[in-house]
Design a protein around this ligand. Structure first.
Ligand SMILES: *Cc1c(COP(=O)(O)O)cnc(C)c1O
Length: 390
């Protein structure tokens, strides 16, 4: 067997074997923990099991029905359940299609089995919840229970003011708006608001960055490419009693009941993505789990928001009570300096800081895998840019 050439590494403090790389603030696909990439690289051509027994195959070459991959998917699922404290009555599904496909797959699964378009409630807090609301109209009668549009999506409407429909099939929220940078700091308690409907949560861009109160959730979904691994994998966590309400037209391969009954193997799941997510979960456990990573995320976000708020050049328009810890949009009071900022940042090894085209400005996505030093380097660059330009 050919020996595997490992990537050249320059050890640095805190993270043994750290390669010197630029800091990537992309909103997604996003930066990965380097240790995960290195482990995947080392195992690329010959995966070995927990006892060190080589399989003679790379993970992407394995049958999804084989013993080796079976152990990989079981490990990933068990790790996630442990990390996020997912209760037994919830199924963990690994799917394809990304977050956007779930905007159709969720109503296709929850709006039957009788034909017709039942009411579904939406809380609009930014681009992503708006997209979900628009797509749902094909399969349901979507109702806007609350919208933050008037505040230009810089706020989250107080749940006490939501106009929830009687008999809605579900209530949809996006718990972290990746573009507008607003995040629910706690999930709404629908029962306390007088609704019996299950809460559906798009947690694509902050999954695994903080604990989840599953007692308030019916279903949560996430595309993987922000906080879990490579694009192509979609995570769905769904409570058992919500299975079996699919519309007839729901594609079999997207029917949660089929997927749950077949342990995510109704058809070929995104095997390599599941493997990579499993490595990310291992890494999260090594970091001390979700509570420890949350504490780091709080520290990173506080550092960046404090630097923005203390400056005369930068500002963030979001109500401080609902600012995202993961996606920090910010703007220059002199927008003409934007391209100089981006150019200087890139030269300083700070990549992908351009804001989303729909809102403009700048955005730093600081997911789990962004180390504190990355945020420190960004803040240092912002200060020096302000000193020399403003
Ligand atoms: C990125 C993102 C999505 C879309 O994911 P795709 O995988 O591109 O379909 C959906 N919701 C949120 C909140 C996101 O950040």
């Amino acid at each position: 067997m050919q020996p595997i050439a490992h990537p050249k590494v320059t050890p640095a403090k805190n993270e043994p074997g750290r390669v010197t790389r630029p800091f990537n603030f992309s909103a997604g696909p996003a930066t990965m923990p380097l240790a995960v990439l290195q482990r995947a690289a080392a195992e690329m051509c010959n995966w070995h099991d927990a006892n060190g027994k080589p399989s003679g195959m790379g993970v992407m070459e394995m049958s999804h029905r084989g013993k080796a991959f079976g152990s990989i998917v079981q490990h990933a699922e068990a790790s996630l359940r442990r990390l996020l404290l997912v209760p037994e009555e919830f199924h963990i599904l690994f799917m394809q299609g990304g977050g956007l496909a779930q905007n159709a797959i969720v109503p296709l699964n929850l709006c039957g089995p009788a034909p017709g378009k039942p009411a579904v409630d939406f809380v609009l807090t930014g681009s992503w919840s708006q997209k979900s609301w628009q797509e749902a109209a094909k399969y349901s009668a979507p109702h806007i229970a609350a919208s933050a549009q008037e505040s230009a999506f810089h706020d989250i409407p107080d749940p006490a003011t939501w106009q929830l429909s009687a008999g809605a099939r579900y209530v949809h929220i996006c718990s972290n708006e990746t573009i507008h940078g607003v995040e629910f700091q706690s999930l709404p308690d629908l029962r306390a608001l007088g609704s019996e409907a299950p809460l559906v949560v798009d947690f694509s861009s902050h999954v695994a960055s903080r604990p989840v109160d599953w007692s308030r959730v019916g279903l949560a979904f996430a595309g993987a490419q922000k906080n879990l691994g490579p694009a192509g994998l979609t995570l769905v966590v769904v409570r058992d009693d919500l299975l079996g309400a699919a519309l007839d037209i729901c594609p079999s391969a997207f029917n949660f009941k089929n997927i749950a009954a077949n342990a995510s193997m109704f058809n070929t799941p995104p095997t390599y993505g599941i493997y990579m997510a499993g490595l990310v979960f291992d890494w999260l456990e090594q970091q001390g789990g979700i509570v420890a990573i949350e504490a780091r995320n709080i520290e990173k976000a506080a550092l960046l928001y404090q630097a923005i708020d203390a400056s005369d050049l930068y500002f963030n328009p979001v109500n401080p009570g609902c600012r995202s810890r993961m996606n920090v949009p910010f703007f220059l009071r002199e927008p003409a300096l934007e391209s100089a900022f981006l150019q200087g940042a890139e030269q300083a090894g700070l990549l992908q800081l351009k804001g989303h085209k729909s809102v403009g400005g700048l955005r730093a996505s600081i997911y789990n895998a962004m180390p504190l030093e990355g945020v420190q380097a960004l803040v240092a660059f912002m200060r020096s840019f302000e000193r020399t330009r403003a």
